[in-house]
Ligand binder design. Structure first.
Ligand code: NAD
Length: 503
């Protein structure tokens, strides 16, 4: 990709695997972002009025469009990122799954909820909580899954009746243009718009949005939250990770080894929930290492068809990976595979298994976001748990043991948003459960069943009379004695529960 400049109106996006031109993009002038938001606000009113059932139909049509245009999308995705075809093939199906789930559940999510009275005396009121969409949701996306990350949160927001102002990564702006075309060709109204550019455009999006859904690095997440705080705009931040995997002595070692290799190398390691470090119990360490090295040696590196993992997004990402590997080797680690940047064109780095690593090395503490698999020998599960939690991040983790109850007990000792047992990354497919990070891995969650729609709404409580009996009992127009009687009755009722529970 050419250096991004928001001064020039157009940019050329280059395939990082081949250096070929992937396409042209028109950068948005940050000064134009308020007008884009105004257009969205106007269209949003009608979109909200349509109601959830009609919106579900539009989302379903968009799903069908995506299914019909999958090849075109994946070809562009490979050209824009240098991914392997296997990795590129994961993105559209994820969106289809989310679209399918939310088009089925949006009516339930948006239905007003009745709430019971807290005290019998208050049962004279009917309480309802309504979910009202935030008009413009700004979505700021990273480059690692240009299709999935652009739309996975937008679907919930659009289902809720919001308009979405999407700011794709400046490194991968092209596929978002196809997604927008798909939205329009599905017969959907203009409640989805793009703002193309880098930091300045992002800031302009934050300044005009009613909610910010950000996915990216923890460092940028801090800046986004600071900027959003100026207008008290709520944020949901899905940030970086350093996900640990623990392999117990009773694990299925071939399964664990293949999971570690796929979890670390999938998308060339550029996945927020990729396996970034492994702790293996002493008794199975040698067996695990042998299985991992064998699996890594079988991998085919290259972009497009017939390959397992492709290029990194650009040379900056290769440089980070190289720095982590070099730092580890300088401090005594050994690379059992890869370990050296190859000669030749393209932003490639070979899949690299590191052993004899410890927490003095960046590869065990900082997010690498490259095809590395550092593996550390531990003498007990307690040591593995302590080391797994010794991180500023807390996105997700994996535990391998044939004893599922034991693995569950270990899972709830790990300080992170999700734990996969005898698998990696699979929680991402669980649309019914929340996905989010602890510590510097984020604030808020995505998905989580109907919460993945409601997060884009404001709650409005409407309290209506069930009966007129007893209404206005505490107004000034009552006698002071009647008001005191009412107060005494309320106090007595409110104290009944605490008196019983406190015994
Ligand atoms: P990044 O933080 O550099 O950029 C993310 C987005 O923020 C881009 O669109 C960028 O233009 C914009 N941006 C950059 N500076 C900004 C600023 N000062 N203010 C506002 N916006 C700004 O992240 P990246 O390199 O694109 O993506 C990789 C990171 O994303 C990794 O850390 C990865 O773990 C994380 N990620 C997290 C998840 C998750 O769900 N937790 C998913 C995918 C990626």
């Amino acid at each position: 990709m050419t250096a991004t400049s928001e001064v020039h109106a157009t940019g050329t996006i280059v395939n990082p695997a081949t250096g070929e031109v992937a396409g042209q993009v028109s950068w948005t002038d940050p000064a134009d972002v308020p007008a884009i938001a105004t257009g969205l606000r106007e269209a949003q009113r009608e979109w909200e009025r349509r109601g959830p059932k009609a919106r579900a139909k539009t989302l379903a049509r968009f799903a069908v469009w995506l299914g019909d245009h999958r090849d075109e999308i994946e070809r562009l995705l490979i050209a824009e990122t240098g991914k392997s075809a296997t990795d590129a093939a994961q993105e559209v199906p994820l969106l289809l799954m989310i679209l399918s789930y939310y088009s089925k559940n949006v009516e339930k999510a948006m239905a007003p909820e009745t709430r019971p009275a807290a005290l019998p005396l208050l049962a004279i009121k009917k309480i309802a909580v309504h979910y009202r969409p935030r008009p413009v949701v700004g979505i700021i996306a990273p480059w690692n899954y240009p299709v999935a990350n652009a739309m996975m949160d937008a679907i919930g927001a659009l289902a809720a009746g919001c308009a979405v102002l999407l700011k794709p990564s400046e490194r991968t702006p092209l596929t978002a243009e196809v997604l927008l075309r798909g939205w329009t060709e599905s017969g959907a109204p203009p409640v989805l718009a793009l703002a193309q550019g880098a930091r300045l455009v992002s800031e302009a999006v934050i300044d005009v949005s009613d909610y910010i859904q950000f996915t990216g690095s923890s460092a940028t997440g801090v800046k986004v939250m600071e900027r959003a705080a100026r207008r008290l705009t709520p944020v949901s931040l899905e940030l970086g990770g350093k996900d640990p995997m623990i392999v117990c002595e009773d694990a299925d070692i071939p399964l664990a080894a293949n999971a570690a290799v796929w979890g670390a190398m999938f998308n060339a390691g550029q996945t927020c929930v990729s396996v970034e470090r492994v702790y293996v119990l002493d008794a199975v360490y040698d067996q695990f290492i042998n299985a991992v090295v064998q699996a890594v040696n079988a991998l085919e590196v290259g972009a497009g068809e017939g390959k397992h993992l492709g290029a990194l997004i650009d040379d900056t990402q290769v440089a980070v990976t190289e720095r982590h590997v070099d730092d580890a080797i300088a401090k005594g680690a050994k690379a059992l595979t890869g370990g050296k940047r190859p000669e030749g064109p393209g932003s490639f780095y070979p899949p690299t298994v590191l052993v004899d690593v410890d927490h003095s090395m960046a590869c065990m503490t900082d997010e690498t976001f490259g095809p590395t698999l550092p593996i550390m020998r531990v003498s007990s599960v307690a040591e593995a748990v302590r080391l797994a939690n010794d991180s500023p991040y807390g996105l997700s983790a994996a535990v391998f043991s044939k004893d599922i109850q034991r693995a569950k007990d270990i899972a709830v000792q790990l300080d992170c948003g999700a734990v996969n047992i005898n698998d990696v990354i699979s929680n991402l497919m669980c649309t019914t459960a929340p996905m989010g990070g602890w510590k510097t891995s984020g604030i808020g969650t995505r998905f989580g069943g109907i919460d993945g729609i409601r997060k884009f709404c404001k709650q409005e409580t409407v309290v209506a009379p069930r009966t007129s009996v007893g209404a206005g009992g505490n107004y000034y127009n009552n006698s002071l004695r009647a008001m005191a009687r009412m107060n005494k009755l309320m106090t007595k009722m409110a104290l009944a529960g605490p008196k019983r529970i406190s015994k």
